[in-house]
Design a protein around this ligand. Structure first.
Ligand code: ZN
Length: 334
């Protein structure tokens, strides 16, 4: 495939939307579920996330007044760990905001809540009142106790900083030292003392995290939507303690219709010789990475960042198609 083609061409003109439309479970039953259909598409997104401010990747919750970020020894370097679950959680919430926005842009005469109730029977709240039928649940999975579960179609992988902890973390003993803030549980009626202060380590701005995300049974709407949700999550922020923290810039290096022949660890090794070396593996003129098609052979891939831009325009047209399929399904059900 020519590298100048748009990422849309990976879908060969198919939307793949059938996996997103809930169906009646049986002729005589009222209940609906997302179909267990298989559309044969697998999409892989590869890129680099760069911190644009302080970032606190913390995998545990706690009320302690000291916060230490997750670190791990890997490929001979102590690195910051950015776990898949964290990335997925933030992108899921960003995706839900996008989903509601798109719904109001498409069904303009009512609030998104009314459209969601008509389409899915409820408003669908993350994480405790999921509907199991909507685009967000289909992509990120849903579990409703006693009712069933939908497996997630999107797969995230743990990532690690390209830079060593010594270079990219402000901590005890580093030049910056730990940061100081107020504790969340501070009692404002009492005089401030040591207990009202919160000490925390943070990842400095300009730290790079290579990432790989895979969407199984992917639809064109999923790809366009996830790229847009990522941009929203970057601005919203990933990570604990303050919504002002964890801002990122995401650079997409490749989108392919198949499985990567390499891992995040390989990307860290390439980046060990500099960011340029890592990027050069995805050079549109001479890519040095491979993706395998599900059916064997090499998967079609796009490496040209400008070729991903066309997807933004696709988002609203694919969403209109999804909304009209949902409305048709409701009419059929009645
Ligand atoms: Zn839902």
């Amino acid at each position: 495939m020519s590298n100048n083609e748009s990422a849309i061409t990976l879908f060969n003109g198919k939307s793949g939307l059938e996996v997103l439309v809930p169906r009646q479970i049986a002729e005589n039953k009222k209940e609906r579920a997302l179909p267990a259909s298989y559309n044969g598409m697998m999409i892989c997104i590869v890129g680099i996330k760069t911190t644009a401010g302080r970032f606190l990747p913390v995998s545990h919750e706690g009320d302690s007044n000291e916060t230490y970020i997750d670190k791990v020894e890997l490929l001979g370097t102590r690195r910051v760990e950015f776990i898949a679950r964290k990335q997925k959680g933030i992108e899921r919430r960003a995706h839900m905001r996008l989903f509601r926005d798109l719904t109001e842009q498409t069904i303009v005469d009512q609030p998104w809540q009314d459209s969601f109730r008509a389409w899915f029977g409820r408003e669908c709240e993350i994480p405790n009142d999921l509907c199991t039928l909507c685009w967000n649940d289909s992509l990120f999975g849903s579990l409703v106790a006693g009712k069933g579960a939908t497996f997630s179609r999107v797969r995230y992988f743990d990532s690690y900083s390209l830079e060593s902890v010594d270079d990219c973390v402000a901590m005890l003993g580093s030049e910056e030292g730990m940061a100081i803030g107020n504790t969340v549980g501070e009692n404002l009626s009492e005089k401030r003392g040591d207990a009202s202060l919160h000490y925390y380590e943070y990842v400095k701005a300009g730290t790079h995290f290579p990432f790989i995300t895979i969407i199984e049974n992917a639809t064109l709407l999923d790809l366009a939507g996830l790229l847009q949700a990522t941009k929203m999550a970057d601005v919203h922020g990933y990570g604990k303690y303050s919504t002002n923290h964890g801002k990122f810039a995401t650079e997409v290096l490749a989108v392919a219709a198949g499985m990567p022949h390499f891992s995040v660890l390989d990307m860290l090794a390439w980046g060990g010789s500099g960011l340029g070396e890592l990027r050069s593996h995805f050079d549109p003129a001479k890519p040095q990475v491979k993706f395998d098609a599900i059916t064997g052979g090499e998967a079609p891939s796009v490496y040209q960042p400008s070729a991903f831009d066309a997807l933004a325009g696709t988002l609203s047209s694919q969403f209109k198609l999804y909304a009209s399929e949902l409305s048709k399904e409701i009419t059929r059900k009645k």
